[in-house]
Write a new protein. Structure first.
Lengths: 87, 294
């Protein structure tokens, strides 16, 4: 993981919202992804301007956590990259 | 005997009937009383509030040892006995009815209303949908369907189909088991035949329950996150012809308006009480439009 990179949401995906998550459709791969609130927040933070290394701290603030959830964020971000939802 | 029927030329088509299934009206003409009786057992007669937009005509004629089936004037296929012909016609009738509504997402679910609130019970085969729906009918719910619900723009349109209740589950529904003695085979019936109202109309859903069987155990109700319920409903549904994007929108729109729960279904008394309690948390549906009877 390049923590200095600024990940960005991939183009062409369609985001549908439910009250506690996103249902994301990738037409290019004809795949559907079901994102919980943490994954939704990460996806929204992938705006091409925010460093990957800052994401855990931002998640900590958003959910009022006692410590940055570094490993969880790393795992979730890796999954978003792997699935092509961010680049 | 089929041969005898041919001696004086083709038998007259005496068994004319018209069946309505949502947007489709299908006229069926048959020249065999046994086949006609089988069809009457298979096809539902239900009050429906949905406009008819398509019409078809199926004809079954005995021809020697064959039962030739034509659709809208074109011979399609043949069966060797009246029962097979009845099942083939029944299957075709449902296929035509569903083909008339291509823009709906089709969800494997039972559907019932209680005190003006409608629920969807989603689940894979043998998760208990039919048993639960039959039991709800005897507990004051208005049951609409046990297997298939069409969803569009956040609303649900139950698909009218007769219920096939397994012999082994009859004992779980006291009202249904009474008077049937040692009946062990499946029972094909519907709410109307059981003495209840059976109405099909399009309404929003107040609550969605995903059924997980807990046979012989207690029943548990747990809130289910909507993004997880979306995944479950998608796994038990098929896309409209308009495509995957509309499929996802249909499911999300429905869930956004509804409560979402996992029902680990064991004891049916507990299940009924939990469903009533949950539905009471939701607002009543608006008053229904005037009836249009099939």
């Amino acid at each position: 993981m390049d923590w200095d990179a600024c990940p960005q949401v991939s183009e062409g995906i369609e985001i549908n919202t439910v009250s506690d998550g996103y249902i994301v459709y990738q037409p290019q791969r004809d795949r559907v992804h079901y994102l919980n609130q943490t994954a939704v927040l990460l996806l929204e933070l992938c705006d091409g301007k925010t460093r990957a290394g800052d994401l855990a701290e931002l998640v900590k603030s958003a959910f009022a956590l006692s410590a940055p959830p570094t490993s969880e964020v790393s795992e979730c971000l890796a999954k978003l990259f792997e699935e092509g939802l961010v680049h | 005997v089929p041969g005898q029927a041919l001696r004086g030329g083709p038998r007259p088509l005496s068994g004319d009937r018209s069946i309505r299934l949502l947007a489709c009206r299908i006229d069926i003409s048959v020249d065999c009383e046994r086949l006609a009786a089988c069809l009457d057992q298979l096809l539902p007669r239900v009050e429906q509030r949905y406009p008819v937009s398509r019409q078809h005509h199926l004809v079954v004629r005995r021809d020697g040892d064959a039962y030739r089936i034509s659709e809208d004037g074109i011979e399609r296929w043949a069966e060797s006995d009246p029962l097979s012909a009845a099942y083939a016609v029944g299957a075709r009738v449902h296929a035509l009815a569903l083909a008339a509504l291509p823009d709906f997402t089709k969800v494997h679910a039972g559907c019932a209303s209680w005190d003006g609130r409608r629920l969807l019970a989603v689940g894979p085969p043998e998760s208990g949908k039919t048993t639960l729906m039959a039991r709800l009918a005897y507990d004051g719910f208005e049951v609409h369907g046990d297997e298939l619900v069409l969803v569009q723009d956040g609303e649900a349109l139950p698909y009218p189909r007769r219920f096939g209740i397994r012999g082994t589950t009859l004992a779980l529904i006291p009202g249904l088991a009474e008077g049937r003695g040692e009946h062990v085979g499946p029972l094909v019936t519907d709410p109307r035949q059981l003495g209840f109202q059976w109405v099909i109309d399009r309404q929003p859903i107040a609550a969605v329950f995903y059924l997980v069987p807990n046979h012989d155990g207690r029943t548990y109700l747990e809130p289910c996150p909507k993004h997880l319920m979306a995944q479950r409903v998608m796994s038990q549904s098929t896309a409209p012809e308009t495509g995957t994007q509309q499929w996802i929108r249909d499911v999300c729109d429905m869930l956004e308006r509804a409560l979402s729960y996992t029902l680990r279904i064991g004891n049916l008394d507990e299940a009924v009480a939990m469903l009533k309690e949950t539905l009471q948390l939701t607002p009543k549906l608006a008053d229904r439009p005037p009836t249009e009877t099939a």
